[in-house]
Design a protein around this ligand. Structure first.
Ligand SMILES: C[S@@+](CC[C@H](N)C(=O)[O-])C[C@H]1O[C@@H](n2cnc3c(N)ncnc32)[C@H](O)[C@@H]1O
Length: 275
């Protein structure tokens, strides 16, 4: 077992612990209620940038408890979700059954997707909290590209690499400043501690290991995987409160405070095509 494999196994254990916490959390409860009310819980930017999925086959990599996967089903896609956490996949299957939505959920490491799923897709999708768990970005992109039909579309949205560069600081007025080395890709061990969706600080999960990737790493990995990039978009607002001093706007997006507001890219989306 390589160091990276051992780190990913550490992360899987921690994700297994996240699942029961997330299933009861306010954050995920909000997503589930939206689905129960007949709506979808995807961000409008994602829906617009991916485009119409009605009647298309869609593979969601690292789908967690399946709320976004099932949102795509609600928008008319034939969906498959994949995640390496058995309790996450069990929760996703239960949610699909409860909502009476047709979906397939597969438990596997994302690196093994091609062996686990004998189908090729119109859309391969992954979003928000995906690439920090991946040591080998070119390998991830090659796997994703291999799951596409000719003419199929890969769409990924995740934290902008610049957002990994900044962090909370007590010595600057905004409370946030440059706090890391852009070129230090990791591994970065952390924890144990509460997850991003824990309702209280005592809801902790075990250690984890993260990696960071630069903007160039993403662009080059997509190109090397043989895909043609349609766009790379950068967004100045975040989907969650990454840092304590961030403020929520009237559309539910999180902005950096004071002088930093709208001056730093927080989220990045890439769409690419298999020609
Ligand atoms: C932050 S969640 C995905 C985010 C999703 N957008 C959400 O809001 O729930 C990250 C997911 O990646 C999964 N994951 C991490 N590393 C993985 C790997 N190597 N193979 C498959 N799944 C992985 C975790 O189990 C977790 O469910």
């Amino acid at each position: 077992m390589t160091d990276s494999d051992a780190h990913m196994e550490t992360n899987r254990r921690s994700w297994d612990q996240c699942v029961p916490i997330h299933l009861k959390s306010q954050m995920y409860g909000g997503f589930f209620n939206t689905l129960r009310n007949g709506d979808h819980c995807l961000d409008p930017i994602i829906v617009e940038e991916v485009g119409d999925v009605a009647g298309k086959s869609l593979l969601h990599l690292q789908c967690h408890v399946g709320h976004d996967t099932l949102s795509w089903a609600r928008l008319g896609a034939r969906v498959t979700g994949l995640d390496f956490s058995p309790p996450a996949i069990e929760a996703a299957r239960n949610l699909a059954a409860e909502l009476a939505l047709d979906a397939r959920f597969v438990c596997a490491n994302v690196y093994d997707t091609a062996e686990a799923i004998d189908e090729r897709f119109d859309v391969v999708f992954a979003s928000v909290g995906v690439f920090c768990w991946i040591p080998d970005l070119p390998r991830w992109m090659r796997v994703a590209a291999s799951m596409l039909k000719k003419g199929g579309v890969l769409y990924v949205m995740d934290g902008h690499p610049f957002a990994d560069l900044i962090g909370e600081r007590t010595d600057v007025p905004e409370g946030i400043g440059i706090a890391a080395n852009y070129f230090d890709r990791g591994p970065h061990p952390f924890g144990p501690g509460p997850s991003y969706a824990s309702d209280s600080p005592d809801q902790t999960v075990g250690d984890g290991v993260e990696w960071t990737h630069t903007v160039g790493d993403f662009v080059n990995a997509v190109i090397e995987a043989g895909l043609r990039i349609d766009f790379l978009h950068e967004h100045p607002r975040d989907f969650f409160q990454r840092f304590k001093p961030m403020e929520c706007d009237d559309k539910g997006r999180w902005r950096l405070p004071g002088n930093l507001c709208d001056k730093v890219p927080m989220v990045m989306s890439i769409r690419a095509m298999a020609d």
